[in-house]
Design a protein around this ligand. Structure first.
Ligand SMILES: [Zn+2]
Length: 403
C-alpha cells in the first residue's frame, strides 16, 4: 500500500476525541484504529507492535547498523471535537488548477481561494479534500500514514539506520495525548511528533499557556427602584475586560505576539463569569499578562469598595524551547533531512501547545514537524499528496542521518 492508500484507509475510522469524558482514551472508538494499526504494523514486520489499556500503540524497527541514539516518531490517532470525523468521504483532485473548490454542490459548500489563499501554493499538486460534511482527519492521520510508510520502506530496504520506535497516541486534541505516555518504555533519546502543517515546517517553540476564570458577584434589584442599589455583574464583567490590553487578542496578533483570549462570557445581573486563555512564548511576559488579571480585579474591588470580582489564574503548558536548546542536533538532523529532499526548512513558533512540549518536559526532547495537511479542524481541511510523499522520504532521511 502507498502512503495515499494508507491515509485513505485510516480516515475511514471515526476517532473523534471528547473533552468531557475525563477517561483515557476519551472515546473508546479510538481503539478501533489502534487495533487496526497494530495489525498493519505486524503485517509490515513490526513484531512487537501492541496497544496498551489506554489506547497507546507502540512498536520497534530494530537497528540494522550501530548507532548511538534511539529515535522516535509519534503521531496522534484522534481528531478534533470541533467537527465531525464520521463517514469521511475524501475526494482526490489531481493537478489542482488554483480555482475555488466545490466540496459539496448540493449543500453549496465551497473552499474559496479568497478565504484560503494558502491554496495557491499548491497549484498543479494533488489535493485530498472532504465532501464538506466532515473534517478530513489529515490532522493527524497524515502523520500516521507517513510514519507507517517510512518504517515500511526502511524495513524493506538496506538504508542504514539505528533503532527506531514509533508511537500512536489518543486524545491529543483534548489535551490528554501524553497523560499515559510511557516515556521510559518508549526508550528514545529524542523523538519527533509528525503533527504540523505545510511541507518544511519544523517547530520547537510553543506558547506558554495559562487560563483565567473571572467571577463577578452582582446584586439584582427591580430596575425601577435600582438607583444606588443594583450592582450589575455583567456590566462590571465588561468593565473588567476593558481594563485588559485591547489589541493583544488572537485576532490582532501573530508570530511571537502573545494574547489574552476571551473564550466565554456568561452573565446576568446577579452573576457573571469570564473565561480567558492567556498565551505567550516568553514566560516572563506570560507572568506579566497573568498579573494584569489580578490587578484589574483589585482595581475594580477598590473602585466599588467591595469584593465583587474574583480572578483565578491557572498555569497550563510550557514552551518546550528551553528543553530543546541543549539538544539542537535534533533540529539540525531534521533540517538536513529536509534539504536532502529538496525542502527548505521553515522554523516557526507554534501559536498553541503540542504534545511534544509535554513530552520534552517529561524527559523526551520532541520537536514537531510537518504533515502536509492544512485548514485543520473543519470541513475545509485538505492534504497535499506530494507533500505527504516527500515527508515519508524526510522521515527516512532522519533515520539515516541520525547518529
Ligand atoms: Zn494534530
Amino acid at each position: 500500500m502507498s502512503v495515499k492508500e494508507k491515509f485513505l484507509d485510516y480516515i475511514r475510522f471515526d476517532t473523534q476525541s471528547d473533552e468531557t469524558t475525563r477517561v483515557t482514551p476519551s472515546t473508546e472508538k479510538q481503539k478501533d484504529l489502534g487495533r487496526h494499526l497494530v495489525e498493519n504494523m505486524k503485517q509490515i514486520g513490526i513484531e512487537d507492535a501492541f496497544m496498551d489499556e489506554w489506547g497507546y500503540v507502540y512498536g520497534t524497527v530494530p537497528a540494522n547498523c550501530e548507532r548511538k541514539n534511539t529515535i522516535g516518531f509519534i503521531a496522534h490517532m484522534d481528531t478534533s471535537p470541533d467537527f465531525s470525523g464520521k463517514d469521511v468521504k475524501a475526494r482526490i483532485i489531481e493537478n489542482y488548477d488554483g480555482t475555488d473548490i466545490v466540496l459539496n454542490e448540493e449543500l453549496g459548500i465551497v473552499t474559496a481561494v479568497k478565504d484560503f489563499p494558502n491554496l495557491l501554493q499548491h497549484v498543479g499538486k494533488t489535493l485530498i479534500v472532504t465532501d464538506g460534511t466532515t473534517l478530513l482527519g489529515a490532522d493527524d492521520k497524515a502523520g500516521i500514514a507517513e510514519i507507517m510508510q517510512a518504517v515500511n520502506d526502511l524495513l524493506h530496504s538496506d538504508i542504514p539506520h539505528g533503532k527506531i520506535r514509533i508511537a500512536f497516541t489518543p486524545d491529543e486534541e483534548v489535551g490528554g495525548g501524553t497523560a499515559k505516555f510511557d516515556v521510559e518504555g518508549f526508550g528514545c533519546d529524542f523523538a519527533y511528533t509528525v503533527d504540523g502543517g505545510d511541507l518544511g515546517e519544523l517547530e520547537y517553540e510553543n506558547f506558554n499557556g495559562a487560563s483565567a476564570k473571572v467571577t463577578v458577584t452582582g446584586r439584582n434589584v427591580h430596575p425601577g427602584s435600582a438607583k444606588d442599589k443594583m450592582i450589575n455583574a455583567s456590566k462590571i464583567a465588561m468593565e473588567f475586560d476593558s481594563l485588559l490590553p485591547q489589541r493583544e487578542v488572537p485576532e490582532n496578533t501573530e508570530g511571537y505576539e502573545g494574547f489574552a483570549h476571551l473564550l466565554a462570557f456568561n452573565g446576568e445581573v446577579e452573576h457573571a463569569e469570564l473565561i480567558y486563555l492567556i498565551r505567550d512564548h516568553d514566560k516572563a511576559k506570560l507572568d506579566a499578562r497573568k498579573d494584569k488579571f489580578l490587578l484589574a480585579a483589585d482595581f475594580l474591588n477598590r473602585k466599588y469598595g467591595r469584593e465583587l470580582v474574583k480572578a483565578e489564574v491557572r498555569d497550563g503548558y510550557l514552551n518546550m524551547k528551553e528543553m530543546i536548546l541543549p539538544h539542537m542536533q535534533i533540529i539540525d538532523i531534521a533540517k538536513e533531512a529536509m534539504k536532502k529532499n529538496g525542502v527548505e526548512p521553515k522554523i516557526v513558533p507554534i501559536r498553541g501547545g503540542t504534545d511534544g512540549a509535554a513530552l520534552s518536559f517529561m524527559g523526551l526532547p520532541c520537536p514537531n514537524m510537518c504533515t502536509g495537511g492544512d485548514n485543520m479542524h473543519g470541513k475545509h481541511e485538505f492534504a497535499v499528496l506530494e507533500s505527504m510523499e516527500t515527508i515519508v522520504e524526510i522521515i527516512k532521511s532522519i533515520a539515516e542521518i541520525a547518529e
